[in-house]
Design a protein around this ligand. Structure first.
Ligand code: C5J
Length: 293
């Protein structure tokens, strides 16, 4: 596969796709879903759920292009023997690791809340790294998997930006990986921490890595070869056939001239050009589609 250039800060980065993995950090129900542990702590989980759709677009594209996709989950053995006492002792006793939470025992493997949100659920064969710490390399087999597959570059998504994403990026950077953190695919309960976390990564010429976004990655990956044409007139009828998600299920499709359907807003498609030129508005029915699944 020829290398691609991804728009990023502090500067664009060229990567070989066969040496690039997508790593999705801790997109777990307890952190993201209303009624989960994160919300019980008083957090506004909508700040995190906002990242799911961008992550899904990148995940779909990564799968279509055959990238290695790795998922991580933060959590512990049911007997908590892998959880340091200092971590277990933190927080109100009813909200500590191992206590009964709204979606099962908090941060315990095998509990419903520990699992990954349905929209980003791992496909068969995609490695899922169960990590006892914040960083995805600490006491896990992640490095072994990446080295054995010859990876040099990591596209990094997930939550939370300043905790598990940042810790993993720092660990990866020290191990020699080039990390490209996708800003809109990461999130924090605290918007200021998200911004500062990203700023710290790209500061000083990219001291820990690069910061980019889903649109830049999708534009760099370009239009995959596969796809089947939808009949025209296309959009509204095609969307109806695609079920209850309607037009939103067209996100991530490609327009007839190679434009990526990025977002749906007020019944209009917002398309990303290639190369990325900012959203362009098209009226419904003006584009013929290729559906990529
Ligand atoms: C993660 C956390 N995944 N914030 N955990 O960032 O405790």
């Amino acid at each position: 596969m020829p290398p691609v250039t991804i728009e990023a800060e502090p500067q664009p980065i060229e990567v070989g796709l066969d040496k690039t993995a997508l790593i999705i950090i801790d997109m777990q129900r307890d952190f993201l879903e209303p009624g989960g542990f994160g919300e019980t702590l008083g957090n506004d989980v909508s700040r995190l759920t906002a990242a799911i759709e961008s992550c899904r677009l990148v995940l779909d594209a990564a799968r279509r292009h055959g990238l290695l996709v790795v998922h991580t989950r933060e959590g512990h053995r049911p007997d908590l023997s892998d959880a340091p006492p200092a971590k277990l002792a933190r927080g109100h006793p009813s909200l500590r690791i191992g206590a009964k939470g709204p979606m099962g025992r908090i941060l315990v493997r095998g509990e419903p809340g520990h699992d990954i949100v349905p929209a980003l659920y791992p496909a068969p064969g995609e490695p899922v790294i169960d990590k006892p710490g914040k960083g995805a390399f600490y006491q896990t087999e992640l490095e072994l998997i990446l080295r054995n597959r010859g990876m040099d570059n990591l596209l990094v998504c997930g939550v939370t930006t300043e905790v598990c994403v940042s810790t993993t990026v720092r660990e990866a950077n020290d191990r020699g990986y080039r990390c490209i953190v996708l800003a809109d695919c990461c999130a924090s309960y605290f918007p200021q921490f998200h911004e500062v976390g990203l700023a710290m990564i790209k500061a000083q010429g990219g001291i820990f890595g690069w910061v980019s976004g889903s649109g830049s990655v999708l534009a760099a990956l370009g239009r995959p070869d596969r796809g089947c044409s939808l009949p025209r007139p296309t959009l509204r009828s095609a969307a109806k056939k695609m079920g209850s998600k309607g037009l939103h299920s067209l996100q991530g499709c490609w327009g007839r001239r190679g434009q990526l359907i990025d977002r749906i807003s007020n019944s209009r498609l917002l398309l990303l050009g290639t190369p990325l030129a900012g959203p362009i508005r098209f009226r419904l029915g003006w584009v013929g589609l290729r559906w990529q699944r």
